[in-house]
Design a binder for this molecule. Structure first.
Ligand code: AKG
Ligand code: FE2
Length: 269
């Protein structure tokens, strides 16, 4: 095998191995221009809603957003940006392009994508939009899904999210005993020594299995967190309550599959 091809095979093996070992990977995105366009659009939409000028220092504007918004209006504001972003016909394919090669490596080449990309904004010291420790599979997601999580600002410590890597859950499973009887506070107390706070910079992507416990706490940094997330799965892997057509839509279907899906046996055969 030529050396370049061999190197690529090795990289791919290392990437898959890492993902299987810990249940997530953080990698540089493959298309910075696309990410900048997405960030510029978020800023443009936010500035339109606030009726302010487009800021010169984009990073500062997003990080200092808590000075510009009334905390009570955060959710309405977030939903307005989310709706606007998802209404742009180019948005989702550009979003996917940020991590397309990684997603194909980890999930497959016949894929479905969540219909709408989520937007999360965590203001400092705000407890109104927290996602306490959970695994999405406990609430109707299929265990065959991958989450793509993109920070729009640098995320670290409590401004980011935490995850319990594969392997760590086994270490503490004896202390958990029953998930059903545990409140999320109790669960967090049990896992907090084993979780990993994810340090993810603008320009990087986090890909994780939502079978792992993860979540966030009150953002204690003096900066606002902005991030987006979206789920992918293989077209033919098992679905849970989030169905194709309702929650997911086809992203890539190969020609032979299309023929197969449309094939009707001749009458009287
Ligand atoms: O963004 C976060 O802090 C948590 C995200 C999450 O729970 C998810 O994407 O499933
Ligand atoms: Fe989640």
């Amino acid at each position: 095998m030529d050396k370049q091809v061999q190197n690529r095979v090795n990289d791919f093996d290392a990437f898959s191995k890492k993902f299987l070992e810990i249940g997530y990977v953080i990698r540089p995105i493959v298309n910075l221009e696309a990410l900048n366009k997405i960030r510029d659009t978020v800023i443009q939409v936010a500035a339109d809603i606030l009726e302010t000028d487009i800021p010169k220092d984009k990073e500062f504007f997003l990080n200092s957003f808590h000075y510009l918004i009334d905390y009570n209006k955060l959710n309405d504001f977030r939903l307005s940006i989310y709706n606007k972003l998802n209404s742009f016909p180019w948005f989702k394919s550009l979003f996917y392009s940020l991590a397309e090669s990684y997603i194909k490596s980890l999930v497959g080449n016949e894929l479905v994508i969540q219909k709408r990309v989520n937007l999360s904004i965590q203001l400092p010291n705000d407890d109104s939009s927290l996602l306490p420790v959970h695994a999405d599979v406990w609430n109707g997601d299929s265990p065959y899904e991958l989450v793509m999580w993109i920070p729009i600002v640098d995320c670290y410590d409590s401004k980011s999210m935490f995850i319990l890597p594969i392997g760590e859950e086994n270490k503490i499973s004896k202390s958990i005993k029953s998930f059903r009887t545990k409140s999320s506070e109790d669960l967090f107390d049990i896992i907090k020594g084993n979780i990993k706070w994810l340090d993810i910079k603008y320009g990087e992507v986090l890909l994780f299995s939502q079978n792992l416990m993860h979540g966030n706490i009150i953002n204690k940094e003096n900066e606002t967190r902005w991030s987006m997330n979206c789920r992918f799965k293989s077209l033919f892997s098992p679905y849970s309550s989030k169905k194709l057509g309702e929650f997911f839509e086809p992203l890539s279907i190969k020609p032979v599959t299309k023929l197969g899906m449309n094939y009707k046996f001749p009458k009287g055969f």
